[in-house]
Design a protein around this ligand. Structure first.
Ligand code: CO
Length: 138
């Protein structure tokens, strides 16, 4: 699977995005709120390849959400690595099942709604060498 995006926990999308836009030449390709995950997210990408690997900035919208708790415990910075499971319907569920069979179950029992209209699930860092892995797709 190719890397779809890298998730970065921030306090303010506007403040964090300024660095990537002004100093690394990225552009903001999408911004939305994901109420189920209690975050507002912005996807930043290379303007020459707006559908390519992105940086996802994650700003908590509530202190009891997973990203807010992450920031409280570990500070700002890298949060997760997301892989593209494929756009076909059921792709995330299929990839999830393969990982479960290999002893690396997702946190969720089934894929849930994520940003950009995708289905997503997360696999706990304890199963992935310390990295929170997201599967994203159909
Ligand atoms: Co993500």
């Amino acid at each position: 699977m190719k890397v779809d995006h890298v998730g970065v926990a921030v306090r303010s999308i506007d403040e964090a995005a300024a660095f990537y836009l002004a100093h690394l030449g990225l552009v903001e390709v999408r911004r939305e709120e994901v109420p189920q995950q209690k975050v507002r997210v912005a996807f930043l990408a290379d303007p020459a390849d707006p559908g390519g690997t992105a940086v996802e900035l994650l700003e908590p919208t509530s202190p009891d959400g997973a990203v807010a708790k992450f920031i409280a415990a570990r500070g700002l910075g890298m949060h997760h690595l997301a892989f593209d499971a494929g756009a076909v319907a059921g792709a995330v569920a299929g990839a999830m099942e393969l990982l479960r069979q290999k002893g690396r179950p997702a946190i969720e029992a089934a894929p849930r709604a994520g940003a950009r209209g995708h289905r997503v699930c997360f696999v706990h860092p304890k199963y992935c060498g310390g990295v929170l892995i997201e599967l994203v797709g159909g």
